[in-house]
Design a protein around this ligand. Structure first.
Ligand code: 5GP
Length: 216
């Protein structure tokens, strides 16, 4: 058996799980993780920065940190992001402060990032202790036409935005097999239950959890 040194090191110092959730626009990923976070209030949500305008009902600091482009680029320069990417013509980025110390303190955190962002995170943490905390989960639709129906059902986006998101969705769906787990959002309850099961299993992985005993 391969000798493996858990990042958690020893008893009583477990590492939290960082659930990296991706899936194309229109798949219902936001609804899935909101319900999941409601049922598991101890899990933190990594609030990303974005330069896109807030949608109605979105709250600054809760859904995103809505930033002016100059402010976003200044933070890139300052190395504040674990990853950042341009998605649908806007900048999005994950702040290191939302993830690193949280999982080191043993707390779980959920990141909602696109496929390229997930790739960048994987590359950024390779070879560091943070790598063991990451679990990659892809949320997919039960079929392709469902994506378009759901995007059109969201009245807030203009036609050109919908077309852009549809093209990106097709490309993103091809990446599902890069992830550790695939969740199909057919019925919401089942998708949320699957995500809870993934999280529970991830917490019990020996690479993350500390054993409750010590040896002389
Ligand atoms: P929306 O504008 O619909 O909220 O999000 C559009 C896309 O940006 C989604 O696929 C979402 O996962 C992604 N996204 C949100 N936050 C981040 C982030 O911090 N980094 C990256 N790379 N993508 C993000």
């Amino acid at each position: 058996m391969a000798s493996q040194s858990p990042s958690s090191g020893s008893a009583g110092s477990p590492t939290g799980v960082a659930l990296v959730l991706s899936g194309p626009s229109g798949v219902g990923k936001t609804t899935v993780y909101r319900q999941f976070l409601e049922r598991c209030p101890e899990i933190r949500f990594s609030v990303s920065c974005t330069t896109r305008a807030p949608r109605s009902g979105e709250v600054d600091g809760r859904d995103y940190h809505f930033l002016a482009r100059e402010d976003f680029l200044r933070r890139v320069e300052a190395g504040e992001f674990l990853e950042h990417a341009e998605v649908h013509g806007n900048h999005y980025g994950t702040l290191r402060s939302e993830v690193e110390n949280v999982v080191r303190a043993g707390q779980d955190v959920l990141l909602d990032i696109d496929v390229q962002g997930a790739r960048l995170v994987r590359a950024a943490v390779a070879g560091t202790t943070l790598a063991d905390a990451l679990v990659f989960v892809f949320v997919g639709p039960p079929s392709l036409p469902v994506i378009e129906q759901r995007l059109r059902g969201r009245a807030s986006d203009a036609e050109e935005v919908i077309q852009c998101r549809l093209r990106n969705a097709e490309a993103e769906l091809r990446a599902w097999c890069e992830y550790d787990y695939l969740i199909i959002n057919d019925t919401l309850d089942k998708a949320v239950a699957d995500l809870m099961a993934v999280r529970a299993a991830a917490r019990r992985a020996t690479v993350r959890c500390g054993a409750p005993w010590t040896h002389e």
